[in-house]
Design a protein around this ligand. Structure first.
Ligand code: 6GU
Length: 381
């Protein structure tokens, strides 16, 4: 990738020679050049600004030097980025998009901005983006160009020594990062949360997800999705009074199963309310509530050293948001110590379920499955 940055304060961009972008340049992944806009001025004072037409406070950057700079630096396929507080907010998705470009030209505005005709002209010679890095005003776009460059460059293939860390990070799933800890386990009277030392991967995943949801809801309510707002307080063991809602929810959920698996006998659709009352009293059952509404449930029971899972259900309007996976992790981590295997049945044609179970580590088991169903199992880690 080639990056050209134009500014009247090129020294501002000196950090690019250091640290991360510096490393990428050394690896040959990146070529950054910083240019002084004043080299495209032709008067004795190297003037780059003038008073605004129509009056008002401040100065506006003149069109001629900018046009000459952009004409000199851009070619076929260049993306011209104007950093301006009136631009579109910079996001991780934008960083990903920009990291796929071959050539970025940053035009760092100062004062009240650049004459609009420069932006209009730029659109005729390249792809134009006007980008802001947040709802506050800086004196110029240089710091924004630095921030955008750093976010983009670390996404270049081959740049990160540990590319897995790119897929796990903040904002990717619309959630902020969970808190992280390293040794020692106890420091100045502060202990690492015990679950992280437990070795129980399902419990750890559940805890981290919950922490991420809490943080997001508290710090960034604008990011928090209603479905992710189902916090730990609303995921609880079943109570007898839940029977009616479970009965209703499973009818709704397994009707879709019947459509996906025509002709297959589905016990969940044959049950009476009395049947539901009986198994919620006997099995380990979790229910998930959102805004008071019962939106999910799952059950399990112990058979020897095997934890038989079933009735994993999520309200149809909330499907595809990770709630099923969360319920699955919850019921797995609730298994007693003697459990060595998780087992379950699902419809042979229930693509969505099969995909989720596969992702969670389940494989075809060797148990007998009822007609139209498959037996899945997973060893406890
Ligand atoms: Cl890109 N430029 C300026 N001057 N101020 C900003 C900004 C950019 N983003 C947020 N504030």
């Amino acid at each position: 990738m080639k990056i050209d940055i134009v500014s009247i304060f090129p020294d501002y961009l000196a950090p690019l020679e250091l640290s991360l972008p510096g490393k990428a340049q050394a690896k040959g992944l990146l070529d950054i050049a910083v240019h002084d806009l004043r080299q495209w001025t032709h008067d004795r004072h190297h003037t780059t600004d003038d008073t605004p037409y129509g009056g008002g406070a401040g100065m506006v950057m003149k069109p001629e030097p900018w046009a000459q700079a952009l004409d000199a630096l851009t070619g076929d396929g260049s993306t011209i980025v104007f950093t301006t507080p009136s631009g579109a907010p910079f996001t991780q998705a934008m960083a990903t998009e920009l990291s796929g470009q071959d050539h970025l030209v940053f035009a760092c505005g100062r004062y009240e901005g650049i004459d609009q005709r420069v932006i209009d002209h730029a659109a005729s010679i390249g792809e134009v983006r006007e980008i802001s890095i947040g709802d506050y005003v800086l004196n110029g776009g240089e710091v924004a160009a630095l921030a955008i460059t750093e976010a983009v460059v670390r996404l270049l293939p081959g740049f990160m020594s540990n590319p897995e860390s790119l897929t796990e990070e903040s904002h990717e799933g619309g959630l902020l990062e969970y808190p992280v800890y390293t040794k020692p386990a106890s420091w100045r009277g502060h202990d690492v949360p015990p679950v992280l030392l437990s070795g129980n991967h399902a419990a750890i995943a559940h805890w981290r997800h919950d922490q991420a949801v809490r943080r997001t809801a508290e710090r960034r309510p604008d990011l928090a999705h209603p479905a992710t707002l189902v916090d730990e307080g609303e995921l609880r063991l079943v109570q007898p009074g839940d029977a009616g809602e479970i009965y209703t929810l499973q009818r709704a959920c397994w009707l879709a199963e019947l459509e996906a698996n025509p002709g297959v006998e589905i016990p969940a659709l044959k049950e009476t309310l009395e049947d539901v009352r009986r198994w919620i009293a006997e099995d380990t059952v979790f229910v998930l509530r959102s805004g008071g509404r019962l939106v999910g449930a799952v059950r399990a029971s112990l058979h020897g050293s095997s934890w038989h899972l079933g009735r994993l259900m999520v309200a149809p309007d909330l499907s595809g948001r990770g709630l099923g996976r969360m319920l699955l992790e919850t019921i797995e981590s609730a298994a007693p110590d003697e459990v060595g295997t998780y087992e379950l049945f699902t419809g042979a044609r229930s693509e969505r379920n099969l995909k989720m179970y596969k992702k969670a580590g389940y494989r075809r088991g060797d148990g007998d499955a009822p007609p139209g169903a498959v037996h899945l199992s997973k060893r406890r880690r």
